[in-house]
Unconditional design. Sequence first.
Length: 134
Amino acid sequence: MTDTLLVRLKRYDPRRGFVLRRFTYAGIRFHDDRGWYRVERKVGEHLRAVRTVPTDKYAPLAFDVCTEAEAKALDAGESEAAKVKRSATDDLKVTTARGAVTTDDLPKNTSPASAPPTAKDDDAGSKRGKRERE
C-alpha cells in the first residue's frame, strides 16, 4: 500500500453546497481549479473528513480523496459525462412543437366573476394621519 493519496478540492458550485474555492492545511494551499494534489496519507485522511462548512455536520464533504486508480476512474467518468451530447447521426426521436394557446381556445365563461369583498378601514374614525395608521 502506498503512503500517498490524491486529493482535490471539489469544484465551486454553491447550488450543491460546494462553496470553498481554496483551503489551506499543513502549509498546502488547495485550489479548486488546480485539480489533483498528491499528499501524504496522514494529510489525505484528515482532508477526507473536512466539510465545506466546518460547523455543519450535514454540509457536503469538501475534498475528493482517492488512490491513484480511483482518481483515474473518477476522471474518466467525468470526461464521459462531459461528452454526452447528441450528434446528427444519432437515432433521434421527433420533438413535437407545442401549439400556442390563444384566448379563442379558452372556454367561454357566461357567469360574471364575483368581486371580492371590499376591506373596511378599521381606522376610519381615527384622528391620526394616514402614515400613523400603518
